[in-house]
Design a protein around this ligand. Sequence first.
Ligand code: DC
Length: 672
Amino acid sequence: MFSTPFLDLPPLVAAAGTVQLPGSKSISNRVLLLAALASGTTTVHDLLDSDDTRVMLDALVQLGCGVRRDGGTTRIEGLGGQLGVASAALFLGNAGTAMRPLTAALALLGGEFELSGVPRMHERPIGDLVDALTQFGCRIDYLGNPGFPPLLIHPVDHGALALDTPIRVRGDVSSQFLTALLLALPIAATRDIVIEVMGELISKPYIEITLNLLARFGIVVRRDGWERFTIPAGSRYRSPGDIHVEADASSASYFIALGAIATSAATPSGVVTPLRIEGVGADSIQGDIRFVEAARQMGADITSGANWLEARRGAWPLKAIDLDANHIPDAAMTLAIMALYADGPSTLRNIASWRVKETDRIDAMANELQKLGATVETGPDFIRIHPLPPSAWRAASIHTYDDHRVAMCFSLAAFNPDRIAVRILDPRCVAKTFPDYFETLFSVVRAAEVPVICIDGPTASGKGTLAVEVAYRLGYHYLDSGSLYRVTGLAMRRNGLTPEPSCEAQIADMARSLPLSFIEGKVMLAEEDVTDAIRSEAAGMDASRVSALPAVREALSALQKSFQRLPGLVADGRDMGTVIFPDAPLKIYLTASAAHRAERRYKQLISKGISTTLDGLRADLEARDARDSSRSVAPLKPAQDARRLDNSSLSIEQSVDQVLAWWQQTQPFKEA
Ligand code: DC
């Protein structure tokens, strides 16, 4: 997951491969609540692990429910209608799928409960649900603004509830109010309970998910049109034992769109390789699967099986669309991005619910699409997007409004004819439903050029510390090229070889097939952690010697280049800018006086309890510098286009800020 303040996506040019998508948020949170209300144990497979499911799980644990996670399964010990506590304060983040159903369930289960969330949650309406619940006797107070969370729920006696007349609920603001009642009312179903929907019910497919899952838990709701629902007397939640959560159909929309926009590269046989999506397909119970029809209407070429989809480019440019998107409110945001690549203006209608989601999504999409250069028109319940022709795209820092879907949608804009990068602010917001979204995206796309920042310089100049921090701040990968030479030196000694030209070919052979991996900051040689072993002064000397052998340098070249992966790389060493990544857009040559470097190394070693002397260290450093600078291949020297940074009198923070400031100058974005 990327927790950086921003993530820069370089221009992307192609997509192919297979993605496995995480579980559906809507199904996950409904299943969790139903499993908690049921008697017995439910084993949930492929549950989504995200912010919204975590708040639901935390709430259930607080209510006394047993939860055990074990690899890909989650076991829920149902409460069987009996809460383990009489009161609790539950924090539900920005998860509407937790706030609404828990409000209804807790109003019926009995107890004093305070339900709150993040500030945006307190701006998302819940009045229609509270009205529906209080009309038949539930007791709920608003702790802030009337109509909005936070709420205080009081206990009631089931005998006092007026369930003999139909319960009326509005269906035209959020379908989650009806879902909440449907999920919770079986708690009190000693008689038939009728729910009547007022106003035109929106997002009907979400109600279908609710009914489908209730049936899996033994409750068969009778439905008359979309106006009247009856929960039969004597309904009881029964655990199905095992239940599988299918992958999120809304998450699939980004990869379907990716296939439709980006899979233009034909293989030599003339076949365009599609993007394959696994975990959700034609048999899905999620309404957003109908995004497939809308994407096809825009020209995407999509094939499907029971639980997979394949998408590739069909019509190009895409075909403009004019669609009532009420049935796919979440996935329709992805159509708004596809509209940039269409042959005329596209209109998405009947989407007023966008205004009460994680953010006002109509305004959010319009603002950010306009930053890219698009002309956008909006109204209370529609958005119209004009396509962006070549040369009209602009580099933009995309504000994401703490809305996962805005972030995921705009990542697709990194595919554009003008080869313009896109900056996504607060990329962590995807954690709401798809924590590894960007990693998944990067696994199937190809960039025109993956950016590299090179940090070269003499030993003990602080390259490693600086490079690690710069990589961390940008969310980039990190290559410590010196460690490759150090590990080679170590492996050489273990094989009884010496760093002499007579052993050169053998050492190079060994270097080519080093069983080397970097795991969580550790350097592993096969199964062995050699992080500390390669840091000794003797290992440094050996590294310096093997690195002077041309065949060894050649042998390690491909391995170093393979670190150039999306979204970018920070590489430190001696020849990153001169030999390995000569086209890197930013090269730093880091130096510090020999006295400063010796002092830093001295402090480092002493703190590790290794005894040494300052004079000895300085002599060693100078000897190593002399060898690294005078060797015939790739001698240590600044690349012609390197920026020199002497950090003798700079703090680490100051050096990092300087490098980031230089990096920002190479980027097209105006704002941070
Ligand atoms: O950066 P370091 O001290 O871990 O590097 C160990 C040795 O490896 C150094 O003395 C020179 C060599 N080296 C190199 O020749 N080229 C690199 N890109 C990195 C390190």
